[in-house]
Design a protein. Sequence first.
Length: 138
Amino acid sequence: MSLNIVKAIHLLGVAMMMMSLGGLALHSMNGGTKENNASRKLAASIHGTGLLLVLGAGLHMIGGYAHLNHGLLGAKLLIWLVLGGAVALAQRGAGPARLIWFVGPLLVAVAAILGGALRDAGTTAPEAPPAEAKAAQG
């Protein structure tokens, strides 16, 4: 599959995830509760679908990298988990919803920066040993 298509699927998942998260948070900030939110199930299903698209396309993009920085990958997966759990936090009242409203986009920005660093780290192979060391080994 073309890298551009995979990136578009990845970004579609981010948009779905953040749109539903923002809608749930805004509902809570305006005094709404989980019980009186008629679109809660729709928002949660769009959020979950977005999470799956982000994970699937993200893993597809890094699948070709032989040399991977596992710390960067772990940080991106941690952000994915936090944003996945944020859907429950967004429905717990105005305070947590306001936190998600501001921290959510910052986490997406950090994940984008880490994604660029992961891509750059994955495309550079480690240095080959000098020719003398190869000759001495074999």
